[in-house]
Design a protein around this ligand. Structure first.
Ligand SMILES: Nc1ncnc2c1ncn2[C@@H]1O[C@H](COP(=O)(O)OP(=O)(O)OP(=O)(O)O)[C@@H](O)[C@H]1O
Length: 704
């Protein structure tokens, strides 16, 4: 480990009677110093339960969570580490009788049910379904999940930016160029939001937006709640202030004076979550309320060459003037391939050389793309695994139900629950077998399925024994595979002989007792284990949110869950948080996800540099994160020029953020033709081309 710098130590040593604003670019050691100060607080006898650590995302508070677990610290009451949303939820639970009636709930005498993103989508789907039948959203082609998440986004923006739900459409319309079809969509999106809100109030359901709104409007102003919170929390640590939304800043602003001490950590150049309501300018309003400001400016991360590249790239992206730097070639490598598989070959070979020839630990390498497509993930994982390099991928926006592991687990769950009356399709059973049993290839899976699968075995669909099939078929399938298959089958039969358990418990047992064992497909697969954990979590939360409502219908939670997944209504989004558990493995992730991990690495590979995905916003016809923000002047029209300016700003922020988290070198991979077969010429590629040209000119015509 390292020693704190004098500036960091000075921060740690500030008396615990100060409100401090700590600001600097990423990588300057702010979090390290803040965590050291938290440790100092505990070592100096400040009780843990009087300390509040606030962060915009739980993952951003990870260094604090790890620190407080250190057994070397004095034992005592636990520190509270939460997001404001989490704090809101705890307090709504605690003070429910104070607010249930005034918030307009139909059954204030009954307890509240808190919804996750997934379970909110589930209920929203019930509300929207009849409207879709009335031809709502007919004019656009949008996958239902994206439709639901935009309706929820609008509600969340209202709660986080601080406007009424019934003004969503008016705001969006006033910034629109006025095409009737677009205006109509905004009206419909608002209608959905209002009906969902009404449904929640009638059924004691609280999605994120309602939790935030109730906390801000009803609980926070309530003297009893304020007294409780002020008495409980005396010291505040607020990490990544710039990634939080204005309403959170408003609350902290009015609370700040009540703390004995506070440390607000502001990452200059951040605000990556702008599309989720992050507002760095609003965060700055907290600065004057602090007693002192401290700046850290020197990076512990970037080499001079990376810094030269960062500054040059920023200027090039912003279309400003810049000059060549002799340092840049040290920090930049480049590969041009016609198609993605060739890029994957090149990247895998570079990574292999780094790990195997230069002893670079795999976790010091990340591969980043604007989106991580299946093709790219597969191509890279396969090549790296073949070279014996552990790899791990993170795709927070990928749907859980799209994972093969999920399909396998749920298909086996259907087979183990004939009472649900569901019959899986042939393809599902075959691919579940293939996923579950190691060494089972497609032709053998087909054979095994055709011979052993019976629609009416076990009073439902099931398998007959491998022992019973003809020896020559056994030989073709192989006895090793047969033995594994028998083990799985035996486990399912055994389960069927007893009383059914909840679906999440079933999956956790199936994973632990069979699929994670040697000889089965989930053995030693980080990714499958992660999907299983998320699936279990998703089912558990669904059970908590929807279980009671289902009791009267006679349907089990498991059956409802499986059917909802099949219809695309749930398991459509991971919760947006993740653990950075990539120790020992190369990470493949969308660039944005990596940024939110706040973890510097030595080498970054940027894939698909020609893609416009680095530059453009997602297509969101029902919402507009920039218009639904406090930065937008009501009534102003959003034009193509605004879009272009915003895209450039976002790209500059992104490339800065990535480079500030890179110690040694980035390697660019460009495909002439993307996976969809079109030519690739996005603005990030142009920005690099300008740098290459300038470098070549400076070197008298040579190439970088
Ligand atoms: N005194 C120090 N000596 C050496 N390395 C340090 C020191 N302080 C911090 N670092 C390292 O610098 C890196 C960045 O530190 P840290 O995360 O605290 O910075 P930050 O300013 O909070 O950046 P971010 O906003 O990205 O979290 C980490 O890898 C950390 O281990």
């Amino acid at each position: 480990m390292f020693n704190l710098s004098p500036a960091q130590q000075a921060l740690v040593d500030q008396p615990f009677s100060q409100r401090i604003w700590l600001e600097g670019p990423p990588g300057t050691g702010k979090t390290t110093a803040a965590v050291a100060r938290l440790r100092a607080a505990l070592e100096n006898g400040i009780p843990g339960d009087s300390i509040l650590v606030l962060a915009p995302l739980r993952t951003l508070a990870q260094p604090y969570t790890t620190a407080v677990r250190d057994p070397a610290l004095p034992s005592g009451s636990p520190v509270t580490i939460v997001t404001l949303g989490g704090l809101a939820q705890r307090n709504i639970d605690l003070f429910w009788p104070y607010v249930a009636e005034s918030a307009g709930f139909s059954h204030p005498e009954l307890p509240p049910t808190f919804l996750t993103l997934e379970t909110a989508q589930y209920y929203l789907a019930h509300v929207i379904q009849p409207l879709l039948e009335e031809n709502f959203f007919d004019s656009i082609r949008l996958d239902t999940n994206r439709l639901y998440s935009q309706v929820l986004d609008n509600l969340n923006k209202a709660a986080l930016v601080g406007f009424e739900v019934n003004t969503i459409a008016e705001r969006l319309k006033s910034a629109s160029l006025g095409k009737p079809a677009e205006l109509h969509l905004y009206e419909q999106a608002q209608e959905c939001a209002l009906r969902f809100r009404q449904y929640c109030l009638e059924n004691n359901l609280l999605d994120f937006s309602l939790q935030m709104e109730i906390f801000q409007k009803l609980l926070w102003p309530h003297p009893a709640v304020r007294a409780h919170l002020s008495a409980q929390y005396r010291h505040l640590f607020y990490e990544n202030v710039e990634e939080d939304a204005p309403v959170v800043h408003d609350i902290v602003s009015s609370w700040l004076g009540e703390f004995e001490s506070a440390l607000l950590v502001y990452d200059r150049g951040g605000g990556y979550r702008a599309f989720l309501g992050a507002d760095p300018l609003s965060a700055e309003q907290l600065n004057p309320a602090c007693d002192q400001e401290i700046f850290f400016n020197d990076s512990w991360v970037v080499s001079p060459a990376v810094e030269a590249l960062r500054a040059t790239l920023e200027a090039s992206v912003r279309q400003q003037d810049f000059s060549a730097s002799p340092l840049i070639p040290e920090a930049l490598e480049f590969n041009f391939s016609r198609f993605m598989p060739q890029s994957a070959d090149w990247i895998a070979e570079q990574i292999r050389a780094l790990v195997q020839e230069q002893d670079v630990p795999p976790e010091e390498i990340v591969v980043l793309a604007p989106f991580l497509s299946d093709g790219l993930r597969f191509a890279l994982s396969q090549r790296l695994q073949a070279a014996g390099i552990p790899v791990r991928s993170h795709r927070p926006s990928r749907s859980l139900r799209a994972e093969n592991a999920t399909q396998c687990l749920l298909t086996l769950a259907v087979l183990a629950h004939p009472a649900w009356g569901l019959t899986p399709r042939e393809l599902e059973v075959r691919s579940a077998l293939q996923q579950a049993v190691e060494g089972l290839d497609l032709p053998r899976a087909h054979l095994l399925y055709s011979i052993t699968f019976r629609k009416n075995a076990w009073n439902g669909p099931g398998f007959t024994s491998f022992e019973k099939i003809q020896p020559e078929m056994q030989e073709r399938i192989t006895f090793e595979v047969g033995r594994r298959f028998e083990h799985l089958r035996g486990w399912l039969m055994n389960y069927l002989g007893g009383p059914p358990v909840e679906l999440d418990v079933f999956i956790s047992r199936l994973f632990g007792e069979v699929l994670s064992q040697p000889g089965f497909g989930f053995h030693n697969s980080f990714d499958n284990a992660a999907v299983t954990a998320r699936l279990i979590e998703s089912i558990r939360k669904f059970r908590l949110a929807a279980g009671a409502a289902l009791q009267d219908s006679g349907r089990s939670v498991g059956q409802e869950y499986v059917e909802m997944v099949a219809q695309g209504l749930i398991a459509a989004q991971y919760t947006q948080e993740w653990q950075d558990d990539s120790a020992g493995a190369v990470l493949l992730a969308p660039a944005f996800t990596f940024l939110m991990m706040n973890r510097p690495v030595r080498f970054q590979f940027w894939v698909d540099v020609g893609s416009r995905g680095w530059f453009e916003r997602l297509y969101q016809p029902l919402t507009h994160p920039l218009v639904l923000s406090r930065r937008w002047t009501p009534g102003k029209v959003w034009t193509d020029a605004d879009e272009e300016i915003n895209n450039r700003q976002t790209l500059a922020r992104l490339t800065n953020g990535l480079l500030l988290r890179c110690r040694e070198r980035i390697a660019l991979s460009v495909n002439a033709i993307n996976e969809q077969g079109s030519e690739q010429r996005g603005p990030l590629l142009f920005a690099f081309q300008r740098i290459f040209r300038r470098q070549a000119e400076a070197e008298g015509g040579g190439r970088v």
